[in-house]
Design a protein around this ligand. Structure first.
Ligand code: HEM
Length: 228
């Protein structure tokens, strides 16, 4: 039986044809898209400052000075929005034994033979890895970002410290862009997933195929068209 930590506020089954399952509430989805938008803007403004060959990207933000000014603030928005999401979802993202059994059969998953795999809760190991990787990379980025934020904290740290911070910040940013690409690719690749973040719901068939334990848990806990 899946842990009840996989059942979140608003998750519910709506009987009908087809069966629809609520996966994300509206506030969660709005917050997710704020996170997504800020990461894209951060990547563009950060790359603009990263290398002279990409300086032309500052044109998107009203020139070099504006880009330099706005980039850290977008970082603050990303940090706050992601961590609101983080505290709502972290329990459902704790890796469990079943996730490793599932990962050992990744071949079957990629071949679409999910019936050969163990039944999963709300997230699979791939989603959990993206979750924790983003959580770690965002903390590293904000800490190193503040260290080099001379507009407010110029005298708080020594120049050699800032140099190390810049290097770590750039590595974290490159990794974040890689994790982002994996996340978006997976969301598109697993058909029927995008609507979880656009409409807030998935079909019963999608939940049965990819996250059967979560679906069974919802039914077992009576989360069928609740009044909330
Ligand atoms: C255009 C960009 C993006 C798209 C199309 C997208 C799409 C999605 C979709 C469809 C889901 C639902 C997956 C499911 O419930 O099975 C999701 C969940 C999620 N997304 Fe995104 N996303 C984007 C950007 C981001 C960014 C930038 C972050 C973080 C920095 C992020 C973090 C998350 C997290 C944490 C979840 C919940 C999954 C989990 O907790 O393991 N997303 N996204």
């Amino acid at each position: 039986m899946a842990s009840s930590s996989d059942i979140q506020r608003g998750d519910a089954i709506h009987p009908g044809d087809p069966v629809i399952v609520s996966r994300y509430t509206t506030p969660k989805r709005i917050n997710h898209w704020i996170t997504a938008t800020s990461l894209i803007l951060l990547a563009l403004s950060g790359l603009a400052l990263f290398h002279p060959s990409l300086f032309f990207l500052t044109g998107l933000f009203g020139g070099g000075q504006n880009t330099r000014w706005i980039h850290p603030w977008i970082g603050v928005v990303l940090f706050v929005s992601f961590y609101i999401f983080f505290f709502q979802l972290w329990r459902a993202n704790i890796p469990r034994k079943v996730d490793f059994v599932w990962a050992a059969h990744a071949k079957d998953f990629l071949a679409g033979n999910e019936d050969k795999l163990p039944e999963l809760g709300k997230y699979n190991l791939g989603q959990k890895v993206v979750f924790w990787a983003m959580a770690a990379l965002i903390v590293v980025s904000i800490v190193t970002g503040v260290i080099m934020w001379d507009q407010y904290f110029a005298t708080a740290t020594a120049i050699p410290t800032k140099r190390i911070a810049i290097l770590i910040h750039s590595i974290a940013a490159v990794l974040m862009i890689c994790v982002f690409i994996v996340h978006v690719y997976a969301a598109i690749w697993a058909r029927g997933t995008l609507r979880a973040m656009t409409r807030g719901t998935v079909t019963g068939g999608w939940a049965w195929k990819h996250h059967r334990k979560w679906l069974r848990d919802l039914a077992g806990h009576g989360r069928i068209d609740p009044a909330e």
